[in-house]
Design a protein around this ligand. Structure first.
Ligand SMILES: [Zn+2]
Length: 168
């Protein structure tokens, strides 16, 4: 099943690449995207059918508020934030494979509590500022990112992913 991405305003502002047609957001997000470049990307994605705006029925927002009521985060979430989380919740409920894209720490934290997958744009290096390199923790041999095994072909030690800065 293809992943449905649920996009926060920060996904647009921080340059998330909308590669598939399975990108979704809520109406309230539009007012949060103010800078010209992000706005252009947002409008183009809408025009080209790569982005769908969906509203969320009140009952899903109420459910989300119920689930997170014990967390202090509920107070820090704005209405657009809450609706975005509710959209992800609703779409999982509909049987979709959902991933939220947001660099907002409060949103990420809430999603963690709700067991909904997420990733950030900046933190995941999608923007291209950072990249990953696979390195053997034993002999320090470097592997290409597509090396398919978890251990080193030379010494058999574990391979870990190291974050490297690309454009410098
Ligand atoms: Zn090795």
């Amino acid at each position: 099943m293809e992943i449905c991405y649920v996009l926060d305003a920060s996904a647009f502002i921080n340059g998330f690449q909308l590669e598939s047609k399975n990108n979704f957001t809520v109406p309230e997000i539009t007012s949060e995207i103010k800078d010209f470049e992000s706005r252009l990307k947002f409008d183009a994605a809408l025009d080209e059918g790569r982005l769908t705006i969906r509203d969320v029925p009140e009952k899903y927002i109420k459910s989300v508020e119920g689930i997170i009521s014990k967390s202090g985060d509920v107070l820090r979430l704005s209405l657009p934030d809450k609706k975005l989380i509710s959209l992800a919740y609703m779409m999982s409920d509909e049987g979709n494979d959902v991933k939220v894209i947001s660099d907002d720490y409060t949103i990420q934290n809430t999603l963690k509590i709700m067991n909904i997958p997420y990733s950030g744009v900046i933190t995941e290096g999608i923007k291209g500022v950072y990249n990953w390199k696979k390195v053997c923790e034993g002999c320090k041999k470097e592997y290409d990112d597509d090396y398919p095994f978890d251990d080193c072909e030379i010494c058999g030690s574990k391979i870990f992913k190291k974050r490297i800065k690309v454009n410098e």
